[in-house]
Design a protein around this ligand. Structure first.
Ligand code: PLP
Length: 381
């Protein structure tokens, strides 16, 4: 077996989701899969793509019209790329994998946020990168000094950014973005910014990808799994200058050839006609976020208010057990599944991730169960 692959494990999010199936009557707030159907224009475009035999390989980089449409879409966020700087990938996952595989050599240092989406760490291990983690502030906002310190004391090649964040829901403020841009200008690094949830945001959007001066240092990864509620259809994309793209394309080509043709045509139509549906979903997530906040606060749990995505990451430190143990007990005794914070790295210890892409009824029942569990087990709240 490959020694590097042996070192990693299947994602803790998935492992916990599997455990739920074995606990009768349990409900799950574990998965990051929006509970909406895929927008109508997208499903119709996919049916049409099948009926018109658009079922063959597309070019490796993806359907031209879709790459052009993505450039137009990104301009709404003040992000500027040309069609040739876009590669359509098999979800954001393949985008991340192809990017990191293409730019890193064995022993290259990558600076990752902690806690963070587990793929960054695990892909880095598979490709023998050397992982350094930067801590976040207590409210999970960016600690620029901590990043500066790591960049100045370690020989970092790649800085990973992830906003809105899975698992914390944190986003980048204007001040943080501007300080980051200054830092990136000073340092000889490549920045990979994973913006899978960029359309699900409850405040102003800011990204380092908006700055033209540092464009040659930035690789932007995003996708449509979350914003179009189409996680199973597997369309993501990478946007970056040609010097990176020509290497990323080789990994992408030999790994997957191209993203699924039918789903590419669906996304094309979605970008042209379904952005209103995205706005409706965003509003629903914001309302649910407010509900989760009010229930968690009523339980006296410490929690930073998310500003994007559809996750909330309350502290469970006061219960004096590991997050894995707490979530196991909550599942077995409280019949509610949430993901232990350590599924997002060591710095996730003391937290649990709640996904609120579930219906109002399920959320209400889930928080009632959490309340009952805390009252019976810890006589608190
Ligand atoms: C931050 C982040 N990046 C990337 C991905 C991967 O997305 P996809 O399902 O499109 O592969 C996810 C999925 O949960 C995510 O949360």
């Amino acid at each position: 077996m490959n020694k590097q692959v042996e070192k990693i494990q299947i994602s803790g999010i998935r492992r916990f989701a599997e455990k739920v199936k074995k606990v009768e009557g349990a409900i799950s707030l574990t998965i990051g899969q929006p509970d909406f159907p895929v927008p109508k224009h997208i499903s119709e475009a996919m049916i049409n793509a099948i009926n018109t035999n658009k079922t063959v390989y597309t070019s490796n980089a993806g359907v031209d019209e879709l790459r052009e449409e993505i450039c137009r879409y990104l301009k709404n966020f003040d992000i500027d790329y040309d069609k040739d700087e876009i590669c359509i990938t098999v979800g954001g996952s393949e985008g991340l994998y192809s990017v990191l595989f293409a730019i890193m050599n064995q022993g290259d240092k990558i600076l990752l946020p902690g806690p963070a989406y587990p793929a960054y760490e695990n892909i880095s291990i598979m490709i023998k990168g050397d992982i350094i983690t930067y801590p976040l502030k207590d409210d999970f906002s960016l600690d620029i000094d901590a990043i500066r310190n790591k960049l100045e004391t370690e020989n970092i090649k790649v800085l990973m950014l992830s906003f809105p964040s899975n698992p914390t829901g944190a986003i980048l403020s204007k001040e943080e973005r501007d300080s980051l841009i200054e830092l990136i200008k000073e340092k000889d690094i490549i920045v990979v910014t994973d913006e899978m949830y960029s359309a699900i945001i409850f405040d102003e959007y800011y990204s380092v990808a908006q700055d033209k001066e540092i464009k040659d240092k930035v690789i932007y990864v995003s996708g449509f799994s979350k914003i179009f509620s189409m996680t199973g259809l597997r369309i993501g994309y990478v946007a970056c200058p040609e010097k990176y793209m020509k290497e990323i394309m080789k990994v992408h080509q030999y790994g997957v050839s191209c993203a699924p043709s039918i789903a590419q045509y669906g996304v094309l139509e979605g970008l042209q006609k379904s952005l209103d549906d995205v706005e409706e979903m965003r509003k629903t997530f914001e309302r649910r976020k407010d509900y989760c906040m009010s229930r968690l606060k009523a339980l006296n749990l410490e929690v930073a208010e998310p500003k994007g995505a559809f996750y909330i990451f309350p502290s469970i430190k006061k219960f004096n057990m590991s997050s894995e143990e707490f979530c196991e007990k909550l599942l077995n005794e409280g019949k509610l599944a949430c993901v232990p914070g350590t599924a997002f790295g060591e710095l996730g210890e003391g937290y649990m991730r709640i996904s609120y892409c579930y219906s109002d009824e399920i959320l209400k029942e889930a928080f009632d169960r959490l309340e009952n569990f805390l009252k019976t087990k810890f006589k608190c709240c």
